[in-house]
Ligand binder design. Structure first.
Ligand SMILES: Nc1ncnc2c1ncn2[C@@H]1O[C@H](COP(=O)(O)OP(=O)(O)OP(=O)(O)O)[C@@H](O)[C@H]1O
Ligand SMILES: [Mg+2]
Length: 500
């Protein structure tokens, strides 16, 4: 095999099952030194499972792995790191209630201790160096990790992963958790590892990003290797088809170009200031898809929380149709609002509960009578919506912590769809969702609109905003910096102008 001289890592016939689910079946992959290899596949196709086996988080049932020609059997994550395999996980990978530095050196504390006493000052200083080495000087190493934003926590993970100069760096669906600046940084760091003779296994649902950044690509479908492609063979349609096993039929985004704003306002922010937001006024109309965009730190994520009553405005107010103030998130739910957070695992989902419990949570009042919850109604509701959202799981009793990232996201959407909320505040709703299901979600959003429901779509994907919104509001540094109507010929460039 000619590729052997550059082969850095190889896995052969990897199998992994969870009960009846075959997450990986006889999966083979070769990663060459100096390449960025993409790994793509639908939600639940086995990407994270494979990554976590390579990173020593879990064992495979059978199969062999080789690193630099030698058999590789990591006994745990620290062992994998010591042998040159680092990973940035799809979910939150930092540990709460300890400092930034303690996160970067978790499991390696002995580096800084003598006679069993940890030299915190030394560890903090080294952590600052680790952050500086990846070009991040804005995060203080002695801060508690919980005080950091979701995005900054990901940067800490990058610093941790790169501190050991990995030979193999696995990046599982990380770009969607980063700001635009964070993404650029990530790409630069990937290039650095590659230039140093290492390799990257890069997982993403963004086909454009994959085609742009990767040198080669491996496609998984239902745990089975479907194809290996070299860069010159990359073609978006072909990749999509290999992933989902059929051609994507029908349209992706909305096809109509007109926007007919219903004069009825269902939700309104009046002169709201909160955190980075200052003096925001906006109105969401009945049957409208109102897009909100901007750079990740522009305040759009806070805006979603303020509108849903999760964050109290310091000034100004949020009002519903009758002019009533949104008092709290539970008040909001009772008054027909639903909210999907960008920070799904922490804010939108009960992990150690079943799909059924998660879907039914906001609807409990609707499926109870005289204080008793009907188990039958509960199952019916969960069944209907997990099917509609194409949640891939053995049954609705499956615990959410065992679902793949994209399938968790589908459950969160299903719970508000099931509730039948009239106003949906969706913060990055298609984050981590594969191309096939994305189309289904866009069609669903359009259907909700046509039923007269109102959707506030907060998104970092400009194509998604342009494709779906009746109107787009852009934020910059916490203020409204521009507004566009659907009928205008919108381009990404036009939007970006108002964002930066
Ligand atoms: N601990 C577990 N217990 C039970 N099932 C699991 C567990 N971990 C993964 N699975 C199942 O294995 C399959 C593969 O999941 P995996 O997380 O690898 O998918 P993925 O390709 O990373 O998907 P996504 O794009 O949504 O992140 C899924 O059906 C998932 O539900
Ligand atoms: Mg995954």
């Amino acid at each position: 095999m000619g590729e052997n001289d550059t082969c850095l890592f190889r896995a052969e016939k990897i199998c992994k099952s969870f009960g009846a689910v075959h997450a990986l079946s006889d999966f083979d992959i070769t990663i060459r030194a100096g390449e960025i290899r993409g790994l793509v596949g639908e939600n639940g196709s086995g990407k994270s499972t494979f990554s976590s086996i390579v990173a020593g988080i879990q064992n495979c049932d059978s199969g062999k792995m080789y690193l630099e020609g030698k058999e590789y059997v990591p006994s745990g994550t620290m062992d994998a790191v010591n042998r040159g395999v680092s990973m940035v996980v799809q979910e939150q990978g930092t540990i709460s209630r300890i400092s930034v530095a303690a996160n970067i050196f978790f499991g390696k504390e002995t580096m800084f201790s003598r006679y069993g006493v940890l030299n915190v000052g030394k560890m903090n200083a080294e952590a600052a160096k680790a952050l500086h080495a990846i070009g991040v000087d804005t995060i203080q190493s002695d801060r508690m990790i919980d005080q950091l934003t979701f995005e900054d926590r990901k940067l800490v993970e990058l610093a941790r992963a790169l501190y050991t100069s990995p030979k193999i760096w696995i990046i599982d669906e990380t770009t969607t958790a980063l700001t635009v600046a964070g993404r650029e940084l990530l790409y630069k760091l990937m290039q650095r590892v590659k230039d140093g003779g290492g390799a990257i296994l890069f997982i993403s649902h963004d086909i454009d990003e994959i085609m742009d950044k990767c040198d080669s690509l491996t496609v998984l479908r239902d745990g089975i290797l479907t194809a290996n492609l070299e860069k010159k063979e990359f073609q978006a349609d072909k990749i999509r088809q290999l992933m989902i096993g059929r051609e994507l039929s029908g349209h992706y985004y909305r096809e109509d170009t007109e926007e007919a704003l219903n004069p009825e306002v269902v939700l309104e922010a009046r002169d709201v200031s909160a955190g980075v937001l200052s003096d925001i006024s906006l109105q969401l109309h009945r049957g409208e898809i109102l897009g909100v965009g901007g750079l990740s730190d522009c305040g759009m994520h806070t805006l979603g929380k303020v509108l849903f009553g999760l964050v109290k405005p310091e000034e100004g107010s949020v009002l519903t149709a009758g002019g009533e103030k949104v008092r709290s998130s539970s008040w909001a739910v009772d008054h027909g609002l639903g909210y999907v957070s960008k920070n799904r695992d922490q804010e939108s989902m009960m992990m150690i509960c079943s799909i059924k419990d998660n879907i039914c949570l906001p609807s409990l009042k609707n499926i109870a009578s005289r204080g008793l919850i009907s188990g039958k109604k509960q199952r019916a509701l969960a069944d209907t919506w997990s099917k509609k959202m194409e949640v891939k799981a053995n049954s609705i009793d499956t615990f959410c912590n065992t679902l793949s990232g994209g399938n968790k996201q589908k459950v969160v959407l299903a719970k508000w769809m099931g509730k039948g909320s009239d106003i949906l505040i969706l913060d990055c709703p298609t984050r981590g969702i594969d191309v096939g299901t994305k189309a289904a979600i866009y069609q669903l959003i359009e259907k909700l609109k046509n039923e007269g429901k109102s959707i506030l779509l907060i998104s970092e994907e400009l194509q998604e905003l342009i494709g779906m919104s009746d109107r787009i509001i852009l934020l910059k540094d916490g203020r409204v910096s521009g507004e566009f109507l659907r009928k205008e010929e919108l381009t990404e460039a036009k939007l970006i102008q108002k964002m930066i």
